[in-house]
Design a protein around this ligand. Structure first.
Ligand SMILES: Nc1nc2c(ncn2[C@@H]2O[C@H](COP(=O)(O)OP(=O)(O)OP(=O)(O)O)[C@@H](O)[C@H]2O)c(=O)[nH]1
Ligand SMILES: [Mg+2]
Length: 320
């Protein structure tokens, strides 16, 4: 004796409440299995409804999946490249790292955030191109909410715009970022600087001035870059490093500067912090260090545990 169809409908709805994805699919399948196999009438209608639910659940699962575009963090910091379509973000990403990525002279070449690692002064930093931030991103246009979510996770932003485009070409992106309440240390990269030609110097100066007109921009460093000019790329790397707020410290042991990657430490880190990072026990037993570099008054200065280190220091930790 099958359950009356009205009761079945009630039970089915109750069992589906709050379920999504594979759990919901499994429940719908189970319900379909329990449903009497009439070809017509109320039970057949219930079957049709459940089949529809199955399709809708699968589609939703796909959409949810497509929205989850989070980027796994790697390296000492994560820096987002944002800007209008065709600004040269992918080209920069490629020039600064080893990745191969599609670039193209049209908008929306890149459709999802793309991460790549770059080495700055020996430390790996993750760059992420965030494409397609368009007007209305805050209302999820163009999948904007997920893209802004990735941006929110980043430590700093490189705003990219072509040097020969007006400063206003960044306005849309900056408005969307501001509307999303995202505030991060930032630089502006004026890309494709090589395209300005011989009279470029003057254009560039104007472009740099334009880039700073917005009052909130007072502190923002503006750099002209071209993927054809290695020096400009090195300057950009250094500007990116400054955004991270981290310092690079090179360990030295028994009089030899170790060839490993330098340690990336938060600004304000002390000798004790470095020792702890090398090894927890060294953090405990460290009594001080010898320091060469910006934070030392002279080469090999003997300092205590609480001595504050600077970017570029070479440090030999002394254990008790
Ligand atoms: N001359 C010159 N062209 C560049 C430079 N950087 C990028 N381009 C060109 O600009 C176009 C757009 O470059 P992409 O790197 O694809 O731009 P994008 O910002 O990633 O574009 P979307 O992913 O579509 O948002 C391509 O034709 C590049 O070859 C540069 O430094 N100099
Ligand atoms: Mg791109």
């Amino acid at each position: 004796m099958p359950m009356p169809h009205r009761t079945f409908a009630e039970v089915a709805k109750r069992r589906l409440v709050g379920k999504e994805g594979s759990e919901r699919v499994a429940t719908i399948r189970a319900l379909l299995g329990e449903l009497p196999g009439y070809r017509n009438g109320p039970y057949a209608d219930l079957r049709k409804w459940l089949d529809g639910e199955l399709d809708r659940t699968r589609t939703r699962a796909k959409v949810l999946h497509r929205d989850s575009i989070q980027v796994r963090r790697e390296g000492a910091a994560q820096i987002a490249l944002v800007g209008p379509p065709n600004a040269g973000k992918s080209s920069l990403l490629q020039a600064l790292s080893d990745i191969q990525i599609k670039t193209g002279d049209y908008a929306f070449t890149t459709l999802r955030p793309v991460p790549a690692l770059t080495r700055i002064g020996g430390v790996l930093v993750q760059l992420v191109e965030i494409p397609g931030l368009i007007e209305g991103a805050r209302d999820d246009r163009g999948g904007g909410r997920a893209l802004l979510g990735v941006l929110r996770n980043a430590d700093a932003i490189v705003y990219c715009r072509a040097a020969n485009e007006p400063a206003s070409s960044l306005d849309v992106v900056r408005r969307e970022v501001a509307a999303a309440g995202i505030e991060k240390p930032a630089v502006v990269a004026l890309t494709k600087a090589d395209e300005l030609g011989d009279a470029g110097g003057e254009d560039l100066r104007r472009a740099c001035d334009d880039a700073c007109v917005d009052s909130t921009d007072a502190q923002v460093v503006v750099l002209a870059v071209s993927v054809l000019d290695d020096e400009s790329l090195d300057d950009l790397r250094e500007a990116i490093w400054n955004l991270t707020g981290l310092i690079r410290v090179h360990p030295r042991r028994d009089g030899v500067v170790e060839q490993q990657e330098p340690f990336a430490l938060a600004a304000g880190a002390t000798v004790a912090d470095l020792a702890d990072r090398v090894h927890h026990e060294l953090g405990v037993s460290c009594s001080g260090a010898r320091v060469w570099g910006p934070s030392a008054r002279f080469d090999g200065q003997r300092v205590g545990r609480s001595h504050v280190l600077s970017d570029g220091d070479v440090v030999e930790v002394i254990a008790r």
